[in-house]
Ligand binder design. Structure first.
Ligand code: BGC
Length: 272
C-alpha cells in the first residue's frame, strides 16, 4: 500500500465494491479492508484477478469473497446482494464503482456503444444503490458501530462536470450518476443513509492506459492536471475509506473530486 496508512474505522462493517478486480475498484476494496472492513469483491470478467484481491484481503486479516455479477442485470445484482448478506449478515458500505468506456466520435457512435455504457455505468449504479438502500433499511441502525445506517459511494468522474467530446455516452452516464446520487441522498437522508460520490480525474488504471503509458501521452495529459502528476488508485481509496467512515458523518449528497485540479479549467491559468 505504498506507505499509505489507514485508520481502523470500518471494523465490523462489511462492504461491497463493484468492479473490484481491477483499477480503482481493486484499490478501494483493499483500502476498505485496510480500514478493517470485510469485503465482497464483485467482478464480471477475470475471476483470477478477483480471487487475487480476495487473497490480499484475507492476508490482511479480513474476510472476503468474490462474487460474479453483471451490474447491469437486475437478477444478477439481486442474487449478488442476497449472497453477500447470507455470507456477512449484512452490508454497511456499498461502493458502486463498476464502469467502462466505449469511445466513439458522436456521428459514428452506435446504439450498442451508447446502451452498453449507460447500462453498466448508470443503470448498474441504480440497481446496486437500490439494493444497498433496501438492505440498509432492512437491517436498521447499529448504534456503536456506525453513526449512519449505511453508506453508499458512487464512483463518478470529473466528466460529470467536464464535457468530453468523443465520449458522449460516458460523460452522459457520469452526469446521470451525479443526479442519481443527489436525488437518492435527499431521499435516504431521513433513514440515516449517506450517499456521496467520488469524481476521479486521470487515475493510472487500465481504463485510460493510452493517456499515460508513453512519455508523450503523459506530458500531454499533464496540460490538464495543474498538480502535475497522474492520480494513483490509492488516491481514490483513501477518500473512499474516509467517506465510508464516521469522520465524514455530516456529509451527504456531495461529489468529492479527486483530480489534481483537473476541474479548475487549467487552460485559464494562462489564457482567457
Ligand atoms: C476516464 C479516464 C480519463 C479521466 C480524465 C475518467 O473518468 O475514465 O479515461 O482519463 O476521466 O479525463
Amino acid at each position: 500500500m505504498g506507505g499509505i496508512s489507514y485508520f481502523k474505522t470500518l471494523v465490523g462493517q462489511p462492504a461491497l465494491v463493484t468492479g473490484a478486480n481491477s483499477g480503482i475498484g481493486k484499490a478501494v476494496a483493499l483500502g476498505l479492508a485496510q480500514s478493517g472492513a470485510d469485503v465482497v469483491v464483485n467482478y464480471v470478467t477475470d475471476p483470477a484477478a478477483a480471487q487475487e484481491v480476495v487473497s490480499q484481503i484475507i492476508a490482511m486479516g479480513q474476510r472476503a469473497i468474490a462474487i460474479e455479477a453483471d451490474v447491469s442485470d437486475e437478477a444478477q445484482v439481486e442474487q449478488m446482494f442476497a449472497q453477500a448478506v447470507a455470507y456477512f449478515g449484512t452490508l454497511h458500505i456499498v461502493v458502486s464503482n463498476a464502469g467502462l468506456q466505449r469511445d466513439a466520435a458522436f456521428e459514428s457512435m452506435t446504439l450498442d456503444q451508447w446502451n452498453k455504457v449507460i447500462n453498466v455505468n448508470l443503470t448498474g449504479q441504480f440497481l446496486c444503490t437500490r439494493a444497498a438502500a433496501r438492505e440498509f433499511k432492512r437491517r436498521g441502525p447499529t448504534p456503536g458501530l456506525s453513526k449512519a445506517t449505511g453508506k453508499i459511494i458512487c464512483m463518478s468522474s470529473v466528466h460529470q462536470e467536464i464535457p468530453w467530446g468523443g465520449h458522449a455516452n460516458y460523460a452522459s452516464s457520469k452526469g446521470g450518476i451525479m443526479q442519481l446520487m443527489r436525488s437518492i441522498a435527499q431521499e435516504l437522508a431521513p433513514a440515516k443513509i449517506r450517499v456521496n460520490a467520488i469524481g476521479p480525474g486521470a487515475i493510472r488504471t487500465p481504463i485510460n492506459t493510452s493517456a499515460w503509458d508513453t512519455p508523450q501521452a503523459y506530458d500531454k495529459l499533464m496540460n490538464l492536471v495543474p498538480y502535475g502528476r497522474i492520480g494513483e488508485p490509492d488516491d481514490i481509496a483513501q477518500v473512499a475509506a474516509w467517506l465510508a467512515s464516521d469522520a465524514s458523518d455530516y456529509i451527504t449528497g456531495q461529489t468529492i473530486f479527486v483530480d489534481g485540479g483537473m476541474t479548475l479549467y487549467p487552460g485559464f491559468a494562462t489564457g482567457g
